[in-house]
Design a protein around this ligand. Structure first.
Ligand SMILES: [Zn+2]
Ligand SMILES: [Zn+2]
Length: 195
């Protein structure tokens, strides 16, 4: 081992560092090392780490979600592999948490899903509270705006897939049948004739 060589902190292999502060031989080792450090920090103080993660997420919720959506589009294979790993490790806990969220507030849960999908499509996403959303839906009596049937879906009047925004003014309650038979029809005139 020459004086310039260094030992990788993850795989213990020897390498020639390109930077002064380099600790790992290759990107894979760096990623694995970062994961191990995160895990250690979490185990040392789980409550602190959870609070930190939540605070940084809340500080820039939509920015974080947009970045996640972008990463999915750019590195789909990697993201799917990561998700699979997480599911294998924490699947039961993730499902329990999802059920808990849904049971505590189904509307919030539904809105969260819709927002994520809108961000993924890259359409405008506006901020509003769940109470404002509830008020908006109550304007339609929580009934399907097309047929008066039960409120089963949140309908984006101008479909997200046609560039419609995720905003209060673009959301109306609809039944599953009307929402699904809409088939992204836009503008509304052609939808009326389709019904
Ligand atoms: Zn290494
Ligand atoms: Zn309907």
């Amino acid at each position: 081992m020459t004086t310039n060589e260094r030992q990788c902190e993850h795989c213990n292999g020897h390498y020639l560092p390109k930077r002064k502060d380099q600790r790992y031989c290759k990107p894979e080792c760096s990623k694995a090392g970062r994961k191990a450090r995160d895990r250690e920090a979490y185990q040392a103080n789980p409550e602190k780490k959870k609070a930190q993660a939540l605070a940084s997420y809340r500080a820039d919720r939509d920015g974080r979600r947009t970045a996640m959506a972008k990463r999915y589009v750019d590195n789909r294979t990697e993201v799917l592999a990561d998700r699979k790993e997480l599911r294998e490790q924490f699947g039961h806990r993730m499902n329990a948490r999802r059920r808990e969220l849904h049971a505590s507030d189904p509307l919030r849960n539904r809105e969260r899903w819709s927002r994520g999908y809108a961000l993924l499509l890259g359409v405008p996403v506006l901020n509003f509270s769940i109470d404002q959303l509830r008020q908006r839906l109550s304007m339609f009596g929580f009934k399907c705006w097309m047929c008066g049937g039960p409120f089963e879906h949140m309908d984006h009047t101008k479909p997200l897939s046609k560039g419609g925004p995720h905003s209060l003014s673009n959301i109306r309650p609809s039944c599953a049948h009307c929402n699904l038979s809409k088939h992204d029809t836009w503008p509304l005139e052609s939808r009326r004739s389709a019904l």
